[in-house]
Design a protein around this ligand. Structure first.
Ligand code: 4FV
Length: 227
């Protein structure tokens, strides 16, 4: 599942530039029984299977290495992933992303090995692989040098920098200035950078108020008190 995703675009370039290093480990390689079993029936009964502790302990302990890596289990029980969490993770030396399957992993893995549980949203997926890819994508683009000049993380949705704290993004336009009679807003063609900045901030605020007023509430809490 991962190969396809990491062979394209920014993730691929960041790996080629050694800005990131991604290693994928098959849990079955950490089993020692003939059936290479990684799951088993749940104690207490019930539907589905649970991932066994042994392969996970062996895998995580060997991958974690010197222990400077943060062990993250992707699960619906986790803290909701966000741009802020992505920025936090992008400043860490390394991550071990544990992808569950079936009903989930044996709780002793969570208790004794997992530093942080992360959820990408309140819905149930078939596995933790897609959430892991989401985390890798959001974190990689925050690694200095990962984004070429055509993109910047400075001012974008939810970013914490440059006065656009936590707002949705402003509309974007490119050539042609007139497409089927649909024109680009004059101000963007004016070259008046301050007016353009004001228009963009206005549009970002308008869209945020309409679609995500909750973000403005958070903003108010995160902004320092002004007299
Ligand atoms: C999930 C989420 C998620 C739960 C059982 C995998 C599934 C299955 N992970 N954010 N939402 N995981 O639904 O991170 O093992």
């Amino acid at each position: 599942m991962f190969r396809g995703v990491f062979e394209f675009g920014i993730i691929r370039r960041a790996a080629e530039a050694a800005l990131i290093e991604i290693a994928i480990h098959d849990l079955r390689d950490f089993t020692d029984d003939r059936h290479r079993q990684v799951d088993d029936q749940p104690f207490g009964g019930g539907a589905g299977m649970v991932m066994k502790p042994e392969p996970l302990f062996k895998a995580i302990e060997s991958v974690r290495g010197a222990g400077d890596k943060t062990v993250v289990l992707l699960s619906p029980q986790g803290r909701l992933f966000s741009q802020q969490v992505a920025e936090e993770f992008s400043r860490k030396p390394g991550l071990v992303l544990v992808c569950g399957r079936y009903e989930g992993v044996d709780e002793r893995v969570v208790e004794h090995l997992v530093d942080e549980e992360i959820s990408i949203g309140d819905y149930v997926l078939t596995g933790g692989e897609l959430p892991a890819m989401v985390v890798i994508d959001a974190v990689t683009r925050l690694i200095p040098g990962a984004l070429g000049c055509e993109q910047s993380t400075e001012r974008e949705s939810f970013s914490q920098g440059g006065g656009w704290t936590g707002m949705l993004d402003h509309p974007h336009y490119t050539r042609p200035a007139d497409y089927r009679g649909f024109k680009v807003p004059e101000v963007l063609l004016s070259g008046h950078h301050e007016e353009i900045e004001r228009w963009r901030r206005g549009k970002a605020l308008e869209k945020t108020m309409q679609r995500r007023p909750d973000l403005l509430a958070d903003r108010r809490h995160s902004e320092p008190e002004t007299d």
